[in-house]
Design a protein. Structure first.
Length: 199
């Protein structure tokens, strides 16, 4: 009996997290009200507090889960060892940006930038970990491309470009993320960076 209750609790928690992720990806944290999340999940409103403590706890979990999903996507798309082409890394990044986790990053960023708190802490923690993963990939690229900036600087440039593209996309629906990232990839190739010919 206890096993069935635990399984039901896990399923409820998953449904709430999935619903909140969809709502945050669509309209940011404000769109993910307790009522909206519970309604989309088909679960009572009290379940949000029971599973996550508060709406803020739920959104922090959404952010952490989004970073975890992004890291899994990178690892699925990028080889674990050997030379790595910058174009391959940008393609993997574009896949993340276009996925629900990427839309979560874009919609929560204005809120986490505005004030300290648990949401900002969750975002910074996820970003710092993901940045370390990226530096590891970029070190494999810079090792075969003398003259490029160091991996930490390149990570800053790529992440900054991603933030810029997502911010402009949220302000101007005519900004196409895929086109912008394709242009970024081309710029790196034209600048003599490691392109698809490598690896």
């Amino acid at each position: 009996m206890a096993g069935r209750r635990e399984e039901s609790a896990r399923e409820s928690r998953r449904r709430l997290l999935d619903a909140a992720t969809e709502l945050v990806a669509e309209g940011g944290p404000r769109a993910a009200s307790v009522q909206a999340v519970a309604g989309r999940a088909g679960i009572s409103r009290g379940s949000v507090a029971w599973h996550f403590g508060s709406k803020e706890g739920l959104i922090a979990e959404v952010i952490g889960n989004a970073f975890g999903t992004a890291e899994r996507m990178y690892r699925e798309r990028l080889p674990e060892t050997g030379p790595l082409a910058f174009g391959t890394l940008v393609d993997a990044h574009l896949a993340v940006v276009d996925a629900p986790c990427g839309r979560v990053f874009a919609t929560v960023l204005p809120e986490v930038m505005s004030a300290p708190g648990p949401l900002r802490d969750a975002y910074v923690h996820g970003y710092e970990h993901t940045r370390r993963v990226w530096i590891g990939y970029l070190e494999r690229i810079t090792a075969h491309a003398p003259g490029l900036p160091d991996a930490k600087s390149l990570a800053t440039i790529v992440f900054g470009s991603g933030v810029g593209v997502n911010t402009l996309h949220s302000l101007d629906g005519l900004v196409d993320r895929a086109e912008a990232f394709a242009a970024l990839k081309t710029l790196f190739e034209l600048a003599g960076g490691p392109g698809p010919r490598q690896g």
